[in-house]
Design a protein around this ligand. Structure first.
Ligand code: ZN
Length: 336
């Protein structure tokens, strides 16, 4: 099964027709095969289909889920298997798009499938054990009880940066509660960030529960909140350290700045160009890549080994100004 577009392109830069026809329905295959393949190529990347810039956000994921729910495609009432599978793919896709370590995404995924090893689930699998909550001893340890109903969880969430009153959380199972949290936090301005707090909070409760069960160590809610803050700081630092250094626009300059492609205005093609020039040989070259306002690749090209009198001819500034002379309204030229 092909994973990226490049897997559908064969020798000579042509579509592998039978593979395209095998992987897509007739209409999709016809559209794909009618598209010309870039001569110069560009890196494959995974795009989120439901936003213009191809980037996933919790808000957009939630909106898709809501649309599918209103269309009856959520599959919770035993409707079509394929629709249900599609929604599951969306849910897992959304979970995996959260900027948290993979083990946390995996943990949330298991929660949504109701397969975390809480005592009620272990009993369901035929393991004989006491199923009372190890924290409060007041109720059966289900996922919903552990994360939202237990007195420990109530204190923890209210003391967290979210200041969540868990009495307000609605849902008969973890997945429903997760969707409730998505509705409350995911659609907010800082939805991705707030959902990361939710994930870290759920993880911390799980860790505290495991300390109690496996090490007989009670972690008080205030200590759990300190650990939550510490964990959050680690995730933030890790994310910041993953910001790639920018490639210098001129040879020899290496200032590190965050790399972020800025989309052009609606109905505008953005042309990013860059170039290099060698002082001794007085030769240089430049390249360009065109993307539309949604970040969709439109074309690429360039020239190399060109004789230039100065770096302003071969460098990115020269490239941009040259293109600038060719452009009218509807085309942006940038060197970053
Ligand atoms: Zn409890």
């Amino acid at each position: 099964m092909p994973l990226v577009v490049g897997d559908l392109v064969g020798v000579g830069g042509l579509w592998v027709k039978n593979m395209v026809e095998r992987c897509f329905n007739e209409e999709e295959a016809r559209i794909i095969l009618s598209m010309s393949i870039s001569k110069f190529g560009c890196p494959d990347q995974i795009m989120w289909h439901y936003t213009r810039n191809g980037m996933y956000s919790v808000k957009s994921g939630y909106k898709v889920a809501q649309d599918m729910n209103s269309n009856g495609e959520l599959g919770r009432k035993g409707v079509g298997q394929s629709s249900g599978d599609h929604v599951k793919d969306l849910i897992w896709g959304a979970i995996w798009q959260l900027k948290v370590p993979p083990k946390l995404s995996h943990f949330i995924g298991k929660g949504c499938k109701n397969i975390l090893a809480v005592r009620s689930n272990l009993q369901r699998r035929g393991i004989q054990l006491e199923i009372v909550c190890p924290h409060c001893g007041d109720d059966m340890e289900t996922q919903v009880h552990l994360f939202f109903k237990c007195s420990f969880a109530r204190v923890f969430w209210f003391g967290s940066p979210l200041q969540l009153d868990v009495v307000s959380v609605e849902g008969e199972d973890f997945l429903a509660c997760w969707n409730w949290l998505l509705k409350k936090y995911g659609v907010a301005e800082e939805g991705d960030r707030l959902m990361r707090w939710v994930v870290c909070g759920l993880w911390r409760i799980w860790k505290c529960r495991n300390s109690m069960v496996f090490e007989q160590t009670l972690v008080e809610p205030n200590v759990a909140l300190e650990l939550l803050q510490k964990h959050w700081g680690e995730i933030e630092r890790c994310e910041q350290s993953q910001v790639r250094p920018a490639r210098s626009s001129r040879l020899g300059e290496g200032e590190e700045v965050p790399v972020r492609w800025v989309k052009p205005p609606f109905r505008t093609i953005k042309l990013n160009c860059d170039g290099a020039w060698h002082k001794e040989t007085r030769r240089g070259g430049f390249g360009w890549v065109a993307q539309d306002f949604a970040g969709i690749f439109k074309g690429a090209g360039g020239m190399g080994n060109v004789c230039c009198d100065s770096d302003s001819d071969g460098g990115s500034g020269g490239g941009a100004s040259s293109f600038g002379g060719m452009c009218g309204e509807g085309l942006w030229v940038c060197s970053n």
